[in-house]
Design a protein around this ligand. Structure first.
Ligand code: PLP
Length: 403
């Protein structure tokens, strides 16, 4: 063959990873691109459109000015690890050794994949509640785990305990749990966590808990960290980040907390994946984590008002809403609008109405389960709500067509 001639299509596809072929690009981030393309109001991806707190922005600027501009310790700047450990002890009563049980990563996204790659062997299964935050599917594929899905059922997003118990077995390496939950807004109750704890202990499995919405809780709901339950320390990996709590999703600073031998494995994977998170932003993170309790109280109050505002707008436009008790999303039922499925509806919404949301099917392994759902985020400022409300007015004409 002439070395200059193009390779046949077949050999091109063999050059690509089979793992990467098994998942698609992120639907959520694609919706953000469509929102930009059509000039739509973006209520799809969960990032605030209001400013981050002034004091932590100042801390980041000061860190750069003080020349904290070189690699931090690969598993995290000591000041940040100490601040994380101190806050976890203060808020959840969990004491961790920041020298041996904590790894700072590039966002909770990297903390999750580093954890998975640090614990998964071929043949291992990972239990995932669905609907799920879409990253967990590719995380399972990339780390080589076989996902086993257990449904959270509306309207309260409860799970069937027997179904969950039957999903665990000798091949179960971990369960991934996100509380407060994206996309449902569920906040797992103590009895539910204890039931999961007992399964993890029985089958010697990990509970990897993504707790990044810990401070977005409403109506008296309480966030309970899995690691705080009796007997869970050796079985838990607690994942969190600056992203949501401090409105800095673009900083990419998160962490994983786990027993020393698990942490040692996570640190190795993390080191060779990314070396470390941005050094000056880690310093600013240390300042953020030292904010007083009043910061978190105010955050929850402000988000309660945003949730109620968004519930009002969506209900008025004809959506049936599942009222969230935590996180900053509202899952809706779109059956009243008469569209064949969620993707058709979301495309209509972004192109014709000018509002971007996420089709429910992207949170399920089988698209059919999410056909009647669309998710909206409410981490937005009042002018965004106002504009969204005006645009969604146009939907009213279509509401009720299926009633
Ligand atoms: C449940 C959940 N986990 C993780 C992430 C990503 O977090 P980070 O920005 O810390 O990587 C998100 C972002 O929306 C999320 O909803």
């Amino acid at each position: 063959m002439n070395p200059a001639s193009p390779a046949p299509a077949q050999s091109v596809s063999r050059r690509l990873s089979e793992k990467a072929e098994r998942f698609t690009e992120s639907v959520i981030r694609e919706m953000t691109r469509l929102a930009l393309q059509y000039g739509a109001i973006n209520l799809s991806q969960g990032f605030p459109d209001f400013p981050a707190p002034a004091e932590i922005k100042r801390a980041a600027q000061e860190a750069i000015a003080a020349d904290i501009n070189q690699y931090a310790i690969t598993w995290g700047a000591r000041s940040l690890r100490n601040a994380i450990a101190e806050k976890l002890a203060r808020t959840q009563g969990v004491s961790v050794d920041p020298e041996r049980e904590l790894t700072v990563c590039c966002g909770s996204t990297e903390a999750m994949i580093s954890t998975m790659m640090a614990i998964i062997n071929p043949g291992d299964q990972v239990v995932i509640f669905e609907p799920f935050y879409e990253n967990y599917g590719p995380d399972a594929i990339l780390s080589g785990a076989t996902p086993r899905f257990v449904k959270l059922r509306p309207p309260d997003w409860t799970f069937d305990r027997e179904e969950l118990a039957a999903t665990f077995g000798p091949s179960t390496k971990a369960i991934i749990l996100n509380t407060p939950n994206n996309p449902t807004g569920k906040v797992f109750e103590r009895e539910e966590l204890e039931y999961i704890r007992d399964l993890c202990v029985r089958w010697n499995a990990f509970a990897i808990t993504d707790e990044i919405y810990e401070h977005m809780i409403y109506d008296g709901a309480k966030h309970i960290s899995m690691a705080s339950l009796d007997g869970m320390r050796p079985h838990s990996v607690t994942i969190n980040a600056l992203s949501k709590t401090y409105s800095v999703t673009g900083w990419r600073v998160g962490w994983a907390i786990a027993a020393p031998e698990v942490t040692a494995s996570i640190r190795k994977v993390h080191d060779f994946l990314t070396v470390g998170a941005a050094a000056p932003l880690q310093e600013a993170g240390a300042a953020a984590l030292q904010l007083p309790d009043s910061y978190y109280e105010q955050l929850a109050q402000e988000y309660t008002a945003r949730r109620d505002r968004m519930l009002g707008i969506l209900t008025d436009a004809g959506f049936r809403c599942f009222k969230p008790r935590g996180a900053y999303y509202i899952m809706t039922d779109i059956s009243g609008f008469g569209f064949p499925d969620d993707v058709t509806f979301a495309k209509y919404l972004v192109k014709e109405i000018g509002v971007a949301a996420v089709p429910g099917s992207s949170f399920y392994q089988d698209a059919a389960s999410g056909r009647t759902h669309v998710r909206f985020t409410f981490c937005k400022k009042e002018s965004t709500f106002q504009a969204a409300a005006e645009r969604l007015e146009k939907l009213k004409a279509r509401a009720g067509v299926n009633k």
